[in-house]
Ligand binder design. Structure first.
Ligand SMILES: Cc1cc2nc3c(=O)[nH]c(=O)nc-3n(C[C@H](O)[C@H](O)[C@H](O)COP(=O)(O)OP(=O)(O)OC[C@H]3O[C@@H](n4cnc5c(N)ncnc54)[C@H](O)[C@@H]3O)c2cc1C
Ligand code: SF4
Length: 560
């Protein structure tokens, strides 16, 4: 009988965290097997980057499985056929999942912000939430590695809690962004060049961005970051990575010693149960899917699920807070036709600029900006009757030209504080199409987040007025939480296997190594102790690099 190989490391998931672990570990010489629930997909080969909307069957509109548009580089969404989740009564929560090689890095916004020194020690500063067992200085060298290897644009500004990095030159602000900057200056809101993982100079065989603005379809020239092209392709080139796609992990298996010895999975091509053997297991299936895998990995040695002697698996979930406002800016009507080319994202943004001790909410937010007159997407110009009173024929066409590009939008992205009422657990009865128990979510925002959303609304409306414009919608009421987006809908879920020094109150240690199982590691957003007013992926990448380096050192020392 053929002996099944025993890999040095098995990684579950190929997104930001899994891709980075595969890259660092294969470069360190480990024989790695990666299980990915979705199919192979590389933007450089599979993207429809330059297909115009008019040449597509649905003119680029959303279709089933592609909620952000027909040619979005998206395999996944809020609902996945045969893979449900449930919500406790009263819970407003949506779970966005990718099912493809590279995970959500194929269609993320690429806003790449480091957490700042305060973000790792919030409890010490204001008594809320918990401190991380590591500091900014522990992660800084890995942020530097990620900046240099993956690349991003931005500028060094010397802001204390929005740390500088190793940036490529940013693209110039476009017309609407210059107006935003002017209004921000007027209101004393800090407005600086954005920080996006899009390269503006060639790097490691990848071409510089040519400003086609189609990042959400995946970049054929690899100028933006996706895990498939930037991390997994070089890992495959080492010859050390075995990639198994369409492989849905069911559970991490353990030996008689209680240590992890591999992963059982469903081969979705054949619907059969399979198993890979490994000396070390790295979970990187996305924060909540990782919690689900741990809870489902029950054994006589780990009856509450793997790494869950503390009972903390699935707890302290957070998502970024979000509220947004758009407005009409007459100064941008009938603009002189000019080049609006740019990246598929913003060229300026506003990091948190105020002191929370003087406000009625404890944590900050940053502001994302959208607008301009790039290639129109499906549905562009909808609602024009609100501006021109309706019409048809030649006049309507002329009005579309007049108003196109005269809208501006602001989105606040803020910090939620972890609370006891936001968690996931296994649903007692429901299983997915593979027979795997699904997650049931509980979610609650507190006044901290609701007051923050009110401040976002007031600020964005003031910015629109300062630009000479009018907000497109009235201020949402307190009953509607001032427009605070439901949990999960900003798609920055973190927590579920939090880091800590005390095994009684945390799941993994400062190296993202399970307290209970020394050869089990977590490399996605699950170990995060807190959110920050920053998008999380740059920190997931930096921590995954740090954890993977630690695994390589521990293996070399014979400790795991
Ligand atoms: C539209 C959108 C915009 C975003 N914008 C930003 C942004 O601007 N900045 C930012 O920092 N973040 C952004 N994000 C979030 C960002 O994409 C995630 O933080 C990041 O991708 C998380 O990486 P991950 O490795 O934890 O998970 P993922 O990237 O989700 O990868 C997880 C992988 O695991 C696989 N998997 C799941 N379960 C299993 C299983 N049981 N077995 C095998 N494989 C499994 C999945 O198929 C997936 O490929 C955005 C996300 C979306 C969707
Ligand atoms: S805008 Fe730049 S990074 Fe985005 S798809 Fe086009 S070339 Fe690639």
């Amino acid at each position: 009988m053929r002996q099944r190989p025993v890999y040095d490391v098995a990684i579950i998931g190929s997104g930001a965290g899994g891709g980075m672990a595969a890259y660092v570990l294969t470069k360190a010489g480990a024989r790695v097997v990666m299980l990915e629930a979705g199919p192979r997909w590389f933007a450089s080969k599979d993207s429809k980057m330059l297909v115009p909307n008019y040449a597509t069957p649905h003119r680029g509109a959303s279709i089933h499985g592609r909620p952000f548009g027909e040619f979005d580089a998206c395999d996944g969404g809020w609902e996945i056929d045969g893979e449900p989740y449930t919500k406790a009564p009263g819970t407003q929560f949506s779970w966005w999942r990718a099912r493809m090689l590279g995970g959500r890095t194929n269609h993320w916004g690429r806003i790449s912000l480091r957490f700042g020194p305060d973000d790792f020690r919030r409890k010490s500063l204001d008594g809320l939430g918990d401190d991380w067992p590591i500091s900014y200085d522990d992660v800084k060298p890995y942020y530097d590695n990620v900046d240099q290897f993956i690349g991003l644009y931005g500028t060094n500004e010397g802001l204390r809690n929005a740390p500088d990095g190793i940036f490529m030159p940013p693209p110039k602000p476009r017309c609407h962004e210059l107006l935003v900057k002017k209004a921000s200056d007027k209101l004393n809101v800090t407005c600086i060049p954005a920080r996006l993982s899009i390269i503006t100079k060639p790097l490691n065989g990848r071409m510089a961005c040519h400003y086609c603005g189609q990042c959400n379809r995946g970049c054929q020239v690899k100028a933006n970051f996706s895990s498939g092209d930037v991390l997994i392709a070089p890992a495959l080139e080492t010859g050390k990575l075995t990639l198994i796609t369409n492989a849905m992990a069911r559970e991490v298996t353990v030996g008689a010693d209680g240590l992890a010895n591999g992963v059982s999975y469903i081969d979705k091509n054949t619907n059969t149960d399979e198993h890979v053997n490994a000396k070390v297991v790295v979970l990187a299936a996305s924060a909540m899917e990782t919690a689900r895998l741990l809870l489902n990995s029950k054994s006589s040695q780990h009856p509450n699920g793997l790494a869950n002697s503390s009972g903390v698996v699935g707890k302290y979930l957070t998502d970024t807070t979000g509220a947004g406002v758009s407005g009409h800016i007459p100064a941008l009507e009938d603009h002189i036709p000019h080049n609006h080319d740019g990246v598929g994202g913003m060229h300026v943004y506003m990091p948190w600029w105020l002191d929370n001790s003087k406000l009625d909410f404890p944590r900050g937010y940053h502001i994302e900006v959208y607008g301009g007159a790039g290639q129109p997407g499906a549905g562009s110009g909808a609602g024009i009757q609100r501006l021109n009173g309706g019409g048809y024929g030649k006049q309507l066409k002329a009005d579309y030209r007049k108003y196109y590009g005269a809208s501006i939008g602001f989105d606040g992205r803020g910090e939620m504080i972890p609370n006891e009422n936001s968690y996931c657990e296994l649903d007692p009865t429901m299983v997915d199409r593979f027979g795997i128990p699904v997650l049931r979510f509980h979610w609650k925002f507190t006044d901290y987040e609701i007051n923050q959303a009110k401040h976002m609304q007031e600020t964005f409306r003031a910015l629109i007025v300062a630009m000479g414009g009018t907000p497109s919608s009235p201020m949402p009421s307190r009953e509607r939480n001032y427009g605070l987006a439901d949990g999960g809908t900003i798609i920055h879920e973190l927590g579920g296997a939090r880091m800590g020094a005390d095994p009684a109150t945390s799941v993994v240690n400062a190296n993202c190594q399970a307290h209970d199982v020394k050869n089990l590691f977590v490399a996605d957003g699950a170990p995060f102790v807190s959110q920050a007013d920053k998008n999380p992926t740059w920190t997931i990448l930096a921590l995954s690099w740090r954890t993977s380096e630690y695994i390589a050192q521990q293996r070399a020392a014979g400790a795991i």
